[in-house]
Design a protein around this ligand. Structure first.
Ligand SMILES: NC(=O)c1ccc[n+]([C@@H]2O[C@H](COP(=O)([O-])OP(=O)(O)OC[C@H]3O[C@@H](n4cnc5c(N)ncnc54)[C@H](O)[C@@H]3O)[C@@H](O)[C@H]2O)c1
Length: 254
C-alpha cells in the first residue's frame, strides 16, 4: 500500500512515519522541509492551502493520512487556510485521483463543549469549542459528504491529547500514547470497510469522557493505560480547568 501522510514533519506524522515506513511505501508531505523524513519515504514539500500543490501529491496514492493542519486555536484567517481550505483540497484531490480511504485527524475540540463525565460516543453532535474545533467538525462533515457522493471512506479520529505520558488530570481521559496512535491509524488504513466512522484517539475504549468501543471493532486494542499514571498526575491541575471535554480551549476568546 502507498499511503500519503500530510503534516509528516509534525509530532504525530513523524512518529508514525518512523514506526511504519518498513511496512508501507510512504509518500510524506509538509509545508516545512524536514531532512529526516527523506529516510522514511518520498518527501514532497507542499502547502495544502494551495489546491494545485495538493493535487500534485496524489500520483499512485492508495490512502491518505491527513494530519497537516494548525493543531491549536489561532485566528480564523489562519485556520481557514491551513485547516478548512486544506481539508477541502485533500478531499477534492482524492476524488479526482480515485483515492477511496482517508484517515482524518479530527479532534476532541470538535465536540469540546460536551460536559465531562457523560462518556460521549461516535454519534455525539458537534459542539466545537474554537475555530480550530469548528475546522475539525467541517472536516468530519466533508468526510460524510464525500462518502455519500463519491464513495470515499474516512475514519475521523477525534484525537485527545497525544503525549509521551499523561501530564495533568484531564489526560486521564484524553491521553493517547505514541504507539496507540500509530496502532489506531494503521487499523484504520487496514480495516475492510469503514464508511464514515468516528473513533476517539485515546488510549482507552471507554472512560468518563468517551465511549470508544467502536474502535475495538476494527481491532484497536490500546497497549497503554493512563490509569498507570494516576498517582503521578492526579493533583496536577492546570489553570482554567473547566467541566467541558475541551478543557481550557472552551475559554479561548471569551
Ligand atoms: N497532538 C494532539 O494532541 C492532537 C489532538 C487532536 C488533534 N490533533 C490533530 O492531529 C494532527 C497532527 O497533530 P500534531 O500534534 O502532529 O501537530 P503538529 O503541529 O506537530 O503537526 C502539524 C503539521 O502540519 C503542518 N502544516 C500546517 N499547515 C500546513 C499546510 N498549510 N500545508 C501543509 N502542512 C501544513 C505543519 O508544518 C506541521 O508539521 C493535526 O491535524 C491536529 O489538529 C492533534
Amino acid at each position: 500500500m502507498k499511503p500519503l501522510i500530510t503534516g509528516a514533519a509534525g509530532h504525530i506524522g513523524k512518529n508514525l512515519a518512523k514506526a511504519i515506513y518498513r511496512k508501507y511505501d510512504l509518500v510524506l508531505t509538509d509545508v516545512k522541509e524536514d531532512e529526516e523524513l527523506h529516510r522514511y519515504g518520498h518527501f514532497i514539500q507542499a502547502d495544502l492551502a494551495n489546491a494545485q500543490e495538493t493535487e500534485q501529491l496524489m500520483d499512485g496514492i492508495d490512502a491518505i493520512v491527513h494530519l497537516g493542519a494548525i493543531a491549536t486555536e489561532s485566528t480564523y484567517e489562519k485556520i481557514q487556510k491551513a485547516n478548512f481550505d486544506s481539508t477541502l483540497h485533500i478531499y477534492e484531490a482524492a476524488r479526482k485521483h480515485g483515492i477511496k480511504r482517508i484517515v482524518f485527524a479530527s479532534s476532541n475540540h470538535a465536540v469540546g463543549f460536551h460536559p465531562i463525565n457523560q462518556s460521549i460516543g461516535p454519534d455525539a453532535p458537534h459542539l466545537p469549542d474554537t475555530f480550530y474545533g469548528a475546522s475539525k467538525a467541517f472536516g468530519e462533515n466533508l468526510a460524510n459528504m464525500y462518502h455519500k457522493k463519491h464513495g470515499i471512506e474516512t475514519a475521523c479520529l477525534r484525537i485527545g491529547s497525544y503525549l509521551e505520558k499523561p501530564a495533568e488530570h484531564r489526560n486521564l481521559n484524553t491521553w493517547i500514547s505514541i504507539r496507540d496512535m500509530n496502532q489506531l491509524i494503521v487499523r484504520c488504513l487496514e480495516a475492510d470497510r469503514i464508511g464514515t466512522s468516528v473513533f476517539y484517539g485515546v488510549s482507552s475504549l471507554h472512560n468518563d469522557y468517551f465511549d470508544n468501543r467502536d474502535a475495538a471493532k476494527i481491532g484497536y486494542a490500546p497497549e497503554d493505560n493512563p490509569e498507570d499514571y494516576r498517582e503521578e498526575i492526579e493533583n496536577v491541575k492546570l489553570e482554567n480547568v473547566t467541566d467541558y471535554i475541551g478543557g481550557a480551549f472552551t475559554n479561548f476568546g471569551r
